[in-house]
Design a protein around this ligand. Structure first.
Ligand code: 4FL
Length: 223
């Protein structure tokens, strides 16, 4: 898989050199291409944003540099082109799994008040949000999407890591413990040391249900 990021702040993507994502890149399991949208502006002062028609606070990213950047990195529109935006559809694990099947993702990071709607209408396939909060730009959301997708690429994680995890069965994960058996007066639940795997499975299921009811009752509702 190849992921192309279009941003005005390429230096923000240094974290993708580290940890599991960094290793996946070093091992050639995925290719990250980071392009500065400013390199595609036709403005002689390299301007990429301007005041909004109709007035209002903030600046709007211009359609031309965004459109030219997308056309340059994906001339035949073979890629899935995604704009990270607070107005997008919420990112869910099923979407992550589907995107991991794509050959090429192009991720557009907005800044300021957003991107000229014509660039979105003409060049973007879908808008994705990572949550109901406003950030300074789409760079962190693009990194979140990269991280979540790279986990599903062949050879990045041990397959077992992908089966029993939060959201995979629609519930939050049960609590985990490791040694020592007692820490600051708190013991590891006896059942986890019992060796009785039917009992352990039952306990974990109960814990998952209770935690989901407490923190994410929306996940227990049928849709
Ligand atoms: C994008 C927030 C995706 C949440 C500001 C610019 C955002 C965002 N998900 N905030 N882009």
């Amino acid at each position: 898989m190849k992921i192309t990021v279009l941003t005005l702040f390429p230096e923000m993507f240094a974290p993708l050199d580290a940890s599991i994502v960094g290793r996946a890149r070093a091992e050639g399991k995925f290719f990250l291409e980071i392009k500065n949208i400013r390199d595609y502006t036709e403005d002689k002062h390299l301007k990429c944003d301007d005041y909004p028609f109709g007035g209002g606070a903030g600046m709007v990213m211009m359609a031309q540099p965004v459109g030219s950047a997308i056309e340059a990195v994906d001339p035949d529109h073979r890629a899935r082109r995604i704009y990270l935006s607070p107005k997008g559809a919420p990112l869910k694990q099923e979407k992550v799994v589907a995107l991991a099947q794509e050959e090429h993702l192009v991720l557009l990071c907005g800044h300021y008040e957003g991107v000229d709607q014509r660039a979105i209408d003409l060049f973007i396939d879908e808008e994705i949000s990572i949550g109901d909060y406003v950030l300074t730009g789409g760079e962190l959301p693009a990194m979140v999407l990269c991280d979540s997708v790279v986990r599903y690429l062949d050879g990045v994680l041990a397959p077992a890591s992908l089966v029993q995890e939060s959201f995979s069965d629609g519930l939050l994960e049960y609590p985990h413990y490791t040694r020592p058996v007692e820490y600051r007066g708190i013991a590891v639940p006896e059942v986890l040391r019992s060796g009785n795997h039917a009992e352990i499975d039952r306990w974990r299921r109960e814990q998952s249900l209770a935690l989901t009811a407490k923190h994410r009752p929306d996940l227990l509702k049928e849709d």
